[in-house]
Design a protein around this ligand. Structure first.
Ligand code: PLP
Length: 376
């Protein structure tokens, strides 16, 4: 938690549940990535946190944007982004959204199949397009592989077809999976992309761009490699495969830019021992899966939780949200321990929750309002 967030929580005691996010930390993360990968253009993945103060700060820093919908594109434009700085990176787009994005001046689009390519040719003629390929997501706590991307052979045919359709076959993209903890994963994907660059050059087509996606991790409960380690592995692979003829390099970080800038402040609603024979207490918070902590699905993302009693004796807990849904359990199998002194009414902080939380909050399930947001 940044000192600014700690001070805000201590002085303001805002109603819970809420997210408090330090926008200066967003700036610091952006600067760290830019310093680590100076040759790459940074397209912030808007879905991680689309709040106007975040987007406005990133516009000022010269960030570009990876948007997944017309609504996200509008949010970027409203924050002052130029349409040419926006990539429509979702491979699944409504025709009406393609038309509106194209009319607004967005000129770069992702696709991974011939059906979507045909939509782009028809409704965003002449645009730069890039094909997403399927890559290994091993090592990622939040994989993104099965739903998106095509094979190398598929991408080859699609890029040739893009040219025939009058689109600009700009390059290739991949995503190694979110919260990717292995620095080797981008390198392996770059090798596959490079093979297709060579193959298409022999077919008379010169691709110009590699979109390396996102995936850069943040330390939640467990330590992760540093951004500089990822950057070194990426640049090593890029120069090994492309030599001096480096194509345009894009990265689409989401989590890395915003996660550790934010803290969710929550209240303990109940601590119970429903089975007197079992040592595990159940701790119910006023935020759960449906309040925004959706990435606890499968206990994939394991947030660090701090309490006013840290340092005292602790015991095993299961942690759950406040709703009447049986799926609203955050952690039951991940060996969480919390202080024995923890009691109803205590405030706790769920750390590094600036990414993928606010937008996942449900609209009044069980009557609960979505969490409040404070950008400082
Ligand atoms: C979600 C997403 C990102 C951001 O991923 P992070 O793991 O948060 O960095 C980037 N690109 C695409 C296409 C995405 O879907």
């Amino acid at each position: 938690m940044t000192p600014k967030v700690a001070r805000f929580l201590a002085e303001q005691q805002p109603a819970t549940p809420c997210l408090v996010l330090d926008v200066d930390r967003v700036e610091r993360n952006f600067a760290a990535l830019r310093a680590a990968l100076p040759l790459a253009q940074i397209y912030y993945a808007v879905k991680a946190n689309p709040a106007p103060p975040v987007l406005e700060r990133l516009v000022r820093l010269g960030s570009r944007f990876d948007a997944a919908s017309m609504e996200e594109i509008t949010a970027c434009l409203d924050a002052g982004a130029r349409p040419e700085s926006i990539s429509y990176g979702n491979t699944i787009k409504k025709v009406s959204a393609i038309r509106r994005a194209h009319a607004a001046g967005v000129d770069m689009f992702a696709f991974d199949c011939t059906e979507e390519l045909d939509k782009l040719a028809r409704h965003a003629p002449g645009s730069r397009v890039y094909c997403r390929i399927l890559v290994e997501n091993a090592g990622a706590d939040w994989p993104l592989s099965r739903k998106f991307g095509t094979t190398l052979e598929g991408a080859r045919a699609l890029m040739l077809r893009a040219g025939e359709l009058g689109l600009d076959p700009y390059g290739l993209s991949f995503h190694v999976g979110s919260q990717q903890t292995s620095t080797a994963s981008h390198a392996a994907a770059i090798g596959r992309v490079a093979m297709l660059f060579t193959d298409l050059r022999e077919a008379g087509m010169n691709l110009r761009m590699v979109n390396l996606g996102g995936g850069f991790p943040v330390p939640y409960r467990d330590a992760v490699p540093d951004i500089d380690d990822f950057a070194r592995a990426i640049m090593h692979a890029m120069t090994a495969h492309f030599g001096n003829a480096l194509p345009d390099m894009l990265v689409e970080p989401g989590r890395f830019i915003v996660a550790d800038a934010g803290v969710v402040s929550a209240e303990v609603v109940l601590v119970s021992r429903r089975d007197p024979a079992a040592p595990v207490r159940w701790v119910y918070l006023d935020i759960g899966r449906f309040g925004g902590l959706a990435e606890t699905e499968g206990e994939a993302i394991r947030y660090r939780i701090t309490t006013p009693h840290d340092g005292g004796a602790s015991g095993p807990v299961a942690i759950a949200g406040p709703t009447c849904d049986g799926a609203d359990i955050l952690y039951e199998r991940s060996n969480y321990r919390l202080p024995l002194a923890l009691a109803c009414g205590d405030r706790v902080e769920v750390l590094a929750t600036g990414a993928y939380v606010t937008t996942y909050a449900s609209q009044r399930f069980n009557g609960f309002f979505p969490l409040a947001e404070h950008y400082i």
